[in-house]
Design a protein around this ligand. Sequence first.
Ligand code: ADE
Length: 254
Amino acid sequence: MIKIDIITIFPEMFKGPFNVSIIKRAKEKGLVDIYIHNLRDYTTDKHRSVDDYPYGGGPGMVMKLEPIFRAVRALKKEDSEVILLSPSGDLFNQKLAEEFAQKSHLIIICGRYEGIDERVRTIITREVSIGDYVLSGGEIPAMVIVDAVVRLIPGAIGDPNSLREESFQWGILEYPHYTHPRDFEGLKVPEVLLSGDHEKIRKWRRKEALRRTLLRRPDLLQKTKLSEEDISFLEEIKRELREEVKNGSCNSES
Ligand code: ADE
């Protein structure tokens, strides 16, 4: 069981995404408890203010530290991971999702406005960004992280095989998927998938996943451990690509 506390000034943003599909089921099964906390509930002034003008001047407002400190202190346990969401954090990836899925308690602070008082960084254990772009706040990143983490909790996904397949796969891109019909206006399902030969299908999928990775994300091939079979598939793919260039074929993934 993982407990996730989210601190935000827009609690209403979380109503939809956490009440459908895998997250909803995980909550119902008691695999995760998610609490949304309104940061304004941790203010003490009449106006319930969560932001103020920046010292030193300049445009925009800065999130105040007292309400955040109060909220974190009220929620924090000994082994809590306290995550601040901001564009300057460590880039979120599958490895970090796996790390968070091992924890018993996550506190997620959604930043807003132009920035957050620098001293908040003294009570966090981690600063995370979901990508090199600037969003209006940490709420959508929090949903992204919760989704990626919850689906990794054992029991959250109906068919655990799909998770195993994915985790084996995640160093490279996924192989192409097909379902009915076999032929849609001339767009056909590859014959090998209809063959019933499981070993042939496994090899085809692995090779196509490697082809896709080589063409779209060659950087991933440097980071992942490749088997002897993978290396020979890659050599075949490169040979095929050279052939395609020679024959003037333009669709390198077909
Ligand atoms: N807040 C604003 N932009 C963000 C991003 N890219 N990741 C995490 N938090 C953010």
